[in-house]
Design a protein around this ligand. Structure first.
Ligand code: F6R
Length: 606
C-alpha cells in the first residue's frame, strides 16, 4: 500500500526522505515521488518503478530544502505511471495521499466546471485543487486545507505543503499516519520503521486529526480547528530492528527471529509456578458470560484464527467461529452481546479487519485486538488489546507475526481456561511448561534448515504444489501454501487431507509434489492412508512428521522430522519448515522475496 513520509526540521531533507521511503518499500508500491520546499519554491520528481529510480532522478541536483514530502504509490485509481505518481500539485499546493477518496468524481466534475484542469487519473488530485480553490477564496492555507478535507468522503492520510509558506499540514481519516518527534524536527510517516533510525518518539494520530507543523512547533486540531491533545509515546523498537542484519532478505531474518519473538511474546505473561496467564492492562468483560467467540482476520492472520479456534474449542468447549474479515460484515453475522470478537492483525491497519471491529462495536460486542503494532488503529480502538512482541515485520510475507499470533491465542486459551475454571492449575502449568519449550524447539528446526534448502533444490522448477494436513495442521498447511504462492509465484493449494479424494486427487501424477504435515497424533494413520493414495498415483510426497516411521521414509521423496509437542502447539512447529521451503524455493527462483509482485504489506483499502 502507499507510503507517506514528510519532514520539517533543520536538516537537508531530500536524502533523508528517500532513505525513509526505502524503508517503506516493504509495504508494496509501483511508483514513487518527492516534493522539496525551498524558500518559496517546490521542486517535484516522480518516477514509475523503484525508489532507487527516484533517487537517481534527484541526484542531478535542485532538490535542496529542509521541508518536504515523499510518497510510494500502490495504484488504486489509474495505472502505475509517472503522471499518476504522487505528489500532485495544483496552483501552489502540493499533496501526497494514501487511501481512497470516494466522492472524487463528483468533486472533479464540479471543479472542472470552474475551470480546474486535471493532469492525472487519480482520486488524489482533487485535494490540491480543492485547497487551492479555498486559498483563492481568501482563506489561510491551514483553513483551506481543513475545508478541503471536510469535503472528502472515504479514507485518507495526507501531507500538504504550499509554495508560499514554510508550513506542513498533515491529517488522517481511516488510513494510518504517525508523527515522529525529534530534536527541533518533525516527521510524518505511514509506519514507524520508516523513521525509526531518526526517532522512537511518536504521536499516534486519531481520525480527523489535523497537524500543523511550522518552525519548531506542532499544533494538532480537529476538523473545526479546535486544539486537541495527543501524547508523545516512546516505542521500544529500534532502527537496527528494521535492518537486515546480515541476512539476504528480511523474510529469512524474520524466520530466524522466531525463537526470540515467541519468547518475547511470552515474557511477563506466563507464570509457570502459579499455573497462571495474565495480560498486562487487559480488562475483558465478565468471561463467564461469553457464549461464543469470533476470530476475524485476513490472510496469514486468518490462519492464526483457525488455529485459535481448534485450541479453544478443544480445551474450553466454547464455540469459536473463525471468519475472513472481508466476508464477516457483509453476511450479517449473528452477533450477540455476550459474544467476544477477537481481531487478529500484524499491522493493526488492515481495512477489512478494522471494518469487522467496527461492526462488532456497533453491535455492542466486546472487541479484543491481537496486534503487533503499538499505536495502530486496531490497538487503539479495540476494547482490549494483547500485543504480539514480534518486533517490526518488514518482509511482506508474514512469518514471525504468525507464530507470535498463535502464541497469543494459546495464552488466551489458558487465560480463559483459568478464569472460567475450565482448566485447573496443574493443566495450565503443564501447558505453560510446553509453551516455554517452543523457542528451543523452533530453534532446533532452524538449526537444520539446510535440509529444507536441499529439498527446495529438487522442487523449485515445479509449477504446482498440493499441501495436505488435518485438524489443527490444516491451517498450518494453508499458511505454507500461501507462503509459497506469495513469494515464488508457484501455484499451491492446501486441502484438509481427508478432502483429497473428493476432487484434488485428480491432479496427482508424477509431476505433483504433495507436502504433507502429519504428526503422530490421532489422525496419523488416516493421513498415512492419504499418503498411500498419493503414492499409488506416483505423486511425490514431502512428509513433515514427528513419527519415526522408517517404512514410510523409504517410499516418500523426503521426510523432515519435526520435534514432538502437544496437539495445540503442533502448528507453531510444523509451519517453520514450510516457511523455509517457500523461502528457499523463491530464493532459487530469484524472485523479489521481500516485496513480491502485486502484494502490499499493509492492506489499508478494502
Ligand atoms: C501473508 C500476509 C497477508 C497478511 C494480511 C493481513 O504473508 O502477510 O496475508 O497476513 O494482509 O495483514 P495483517 O495481519 O496486518 O492484518
Amino acid at each position: 500500500m502507499c507510503g507517506i513520509v514528510g519532514y520539517l526540521g533543520n536538516k537537508q531533507a531530500c536524502d533523508l526522505l528517500i532513505d525513509a521511503l526505502k524503508r517503506l518499500e516493504y509495504r508494496g508500491y509501483d511508483s514513487a515521488g518527492i516534493a522539496m520546499w525551498n524558500n518559496g519554491a517546490i521542486e517535484t520528481a516522480r518516477r514509475k518503478g523503484k525508489v532507487d529510480d527516484l533517487r537517481k532522478a534527484v541526484s542531478s541536483g535542485g532538490f535542496e530544502g529542509t521541508m518536504g514530502l515523499a510518497h510510494t504509490r500502490w495504484a488504486t485509481h489509474g495505472i502505475p505511471s509517472e503522471r499518476n505518481a504522487h505528489p500532485h500539485t495544483a496552483g501552489d499546493i502540493t499533496v501526497v495521499h494514501n487511501g481512497i477518496i470516494e466522492n472524487y468524481i463528483e468533486i472533479k466534475e464540479r471543479l472542472r466546471k470552474d475551470g480546474h484542469e486535471f493532469l492525472s487519473d487519480t482520486d488524489t488530485e482533487v485535494i490540491p485543487h480543492l485547497v487551492t480553490r479555498y486559498v483563492e477564496e481568501g482563506r489561510s492555507f491551514v483553513d483551506a486545507a481543513r475545508a478541503a478535507l471536510k469535503e472528502l468522503k472515504g479514507s485518507y492520510a495526507v501531507g500538504i505543503i504550499r509554495k508560499k509558506e514554510r508550513t506542513l499540514v498533515a491529517a488522517k481519516k481511516e488510513s494510518p499516519l504517525i508523527v515522529g518527534v525529534g530534536d527541533d524536527e518533525y516527521f510524518i510517516a505511514s509506519d514507524a520503521p520508516a523513521i525509526l533510525d531518526r526517532t522512537n518518539r511518536f504521536i499516534f494520530l486519531e481520525d480527523n486529526d489535523v497537524v500543523i507543523f511550522t518552525e519548531g512547533s506542532l499544533v494538532i486540531t480537529d476538523m473545526e480547528g479546535n486544539p486537541v491533545k495527543r501524547v508523545v509515546s516512546t516505542v521500544a523498537w529500534t532502527g537496527a530492528m528494521a535492518e537486515k542484519g546480515g541476512y539476504k532478505h528480511f523474510m529469512l531474518k524474520e524466520i530466524f527471529e522466531q525463537p526470540r519473538a515467541i519468547a518475547d511474546t511470552l515474557i511477563g505473561r506466563v507464570m509457570e509456578e502459579e499455573g497462571q496467564v495474565e495480560f498486562e492492562d487487559l480488562s475483558p468483560p465478565d468471561l463467564t458470560k461469553v457464549r461464543k467467540i469470533w476470530m476475524v482476520a485476513c490472510g496469514t492472520s486468518y490462519h492464526a484464527c483457525m488455529i485459535g479456534k481448534h485450541m479453544i474449542e478443544a480445551n474450553l468447549r466454547i464455540p469459536v467461529e473463525a471468519d475472513i474479515a472481508s466476508e464477516f460484515r457483509y453476511r450479517n453475522p449473528i452477533l450477540n452481546k455476550e459474544d467476544m470478537l477477537v481481531l487478529v492483525s500484524q499491522s493493526g491497519e488492515t481495512a477489512d479487519t478494522i471494518a469487522a471491529m467496527k461492526e462488532g462495536k456497533k453491535r455492542g460486542v466486546y472487541t479484543l485486538g491481537v496486534c503487533n503494532v503499538v499505536g495502530s488503529t486496531l490497538a487503539r480502538e479495540c476494547d482490549g488489546v494483547v500485543f504480539t512482541h514480534a518486533g517490526p515485520e518488514i518482509g511482506v510475507a508474514s512469518t514471525k507475526a504468525f507464530t507470535t499470533q498463535i502464541s497469543v491465542l494459546y495464552m488466551l486459551m489458558l487465560y480463559m481456561g483459568g478464569k472460567l475454571h475450565k482448566m485447573d492449575r496443574d493443566r495450565i502449568k503443564e501447558n505453560i511448561r510446553e509453551m516455554r519449550k517452543m523457542p528451543h524447539k523452533v530453534q532446533a528446526i532452524l538449526n537444520i534448515s539446510k535440509s529444507i534448502e536441499e529439498i527446495a533444490g529438487n522442487f523449485h522448477k515445479t509449477k504446482d504444489f498440493l499441501y495436505l494436513g488435518r485438524g489443527i495442521n490444516y491451517p498450518a498447511v494453508q499458511e505454507g501454501a500461501l507462503k509459497l504462492k506469495e513469494i515464488s509465484y508457484i501455484h499451491a493449494e492446501a486441502y484438509a487431507a481427508g478432502e483429497m479424494k473428493h476432487g484434488p486427487i485428480a491432479l496427482i501424477d508424477e509431476n505433483l509434489p504433495v507436502v504433507v504435515v502429519s504428526p503422530n497424533d490421532s489422525t496419523y494413520q488416516k493421513t498415512c492412508a492419504n499418503i498411500e493414495e498419493v503414492l499409488a498415483r506416483r505423486g511425490k510426497v514431502l512428509l513433515f512428521t514427528d513419527h519415526e516411521s522408517h517404512e514410510m521414509a523409504s517410499r516418500v521423496e523426503s521426510v523432515f522430522t519435526l520435534p514432538s509437542t502437544t496437539y495445540e502447539l503442533q502448528p507453531l512447529l510444523s509451519v517453520i519448515p514450510l516457511q523455509l521451503l517457500a523461502y528457499y524455493i523463491a530464493n532459487l527462483l530469484g524472485t523479489d522475496v521481500d516485496q513480491p509482485r502485486n502484494l502490499a504489506k499493509s492492506v489499508t483499502v478494502e
